[in-house]
Ligand binder design. Structure first.
Ligand SMILES: [Zn+2]
Ligand SMILES: [Zn+2]
Length: 271
């Protein structure tokens, strides 16, 4: 495993199982150079059960500072949020941000496409059962979000495929899907976003390979965009989930390096 960092980390500040300090200790045990925390940002939406609570945001930043002091010289910690497309505020205290879409606009209002296949199905229902309209809407939102926001990393670009290995909600080998995914990733790469290669759904038993799918990774390489591997972990045990296999996959596609956050911004490191 060459990847010595993870920027997509959830803790008890949002929907993760472990504390920040448990994550730091797990990262040090893995030999990580750095660790970024990326709690789901505050959205204020009444149904949002994952986002950090407004009154915990200050202590979130303070705890990262205090852990940095405690573990100085052993690991570098960075402040991030995973920010939702419909509440794109970027807190000035952040070192970096991940732009993700779990929830987006449908003809019947905001609908989620994450969490369970049943929730995904109810988003399809909001498009009168037309999954292609849902997929179009999702990728349009991904592109729009990348254009209007200064977030750094595009999170799980093809999250819509999370359940399809086990629940055939749509066929991702359909030309219509391939065309819309390619056209969206081209525009996001052109915008200069770093694209996350995310192993989170493997840890949760939904997928056997990371996001994005291989055909999209090949396109990212062709588009000369930067990638970064992350585990989107919700527990310390999954901090480096499938990093070896993911590095091998990326090398087999032709990638030779990935972006890593440092004190002087993102720098390339060998894969
Ligand atoms: Zn996410
Ligand atoms: Zn996440």
């Amino acid at each position: 495993m060459k990847t010595r960092s993870n920027l997509h980390t959830h803790t008890t500040y949002c929907d993760g199982r472990n504390s920040m300090e448990e994550m730091v200790q797990a990262a040090i045990a893995l030999g990580f150079r750095s660790l970024g925390f990326s709690s789901h940002a505050y959205t204020g939406a009444s149904y949002d059960v994952c986002g950090i609570k407004k009154d915990r945001i200050d202590s979130y930043f303070a705890e990262i500072d205090s852990l940095q002091r405690k573990y100085e010289g052993r690991i570098r910690l960075y402040k991030g949020f995973e920010i939702e497309g419909y509440v794109p505020f970027i807190d000035p205290r952040l070192d970096y941000s991940i732009g993700s879409i779990h929830v987006f606009r449908t003809p019947l209002g905001l609908r989620e496409i994450d969490n369970t296949p049943e929730i995904f199905q109810s988003a399809i229902d909001a498009f009168k059962g037309d999954v292609w309209k849902l997929l179009e809407g999702y990728f349009e939102d991904m592109v729009h979000y990348s254009q209007v926001s200064e977030y750094d990393i595009t999170g799980h670009f093809d999250l819509v495929t999370k359940f399809i290995e086990k629940h055939p909600l749509f066929d991702d080998s359909d030309r219509r899907y391939i065309d819309m995914a390619i056209s969206a990733i081209d525009m996001i790469c052109q915008r200069g976003k770093i694209i996350e290669v995310n192993t989170g759904a493997i840890a949760r038993g939904y997928r056997s390979s990371p996001y994005p799918a291989s055909f999209i990774l090949r396109r990212i390489l062709q588009d000369k965009a930067l990638i970064t591997i992350s585990s989107d972990c919700h527990s310390a045990a999954a901090l480096a989930q499938s990093f070896d296999e993911t590095e091998n996959l990326l090398r087999s596609i032709g990638f030779r390096e990935q972006a890593e956050l440092t004190d002087s911004g993102f720098r390339m490191t060998a894969l």
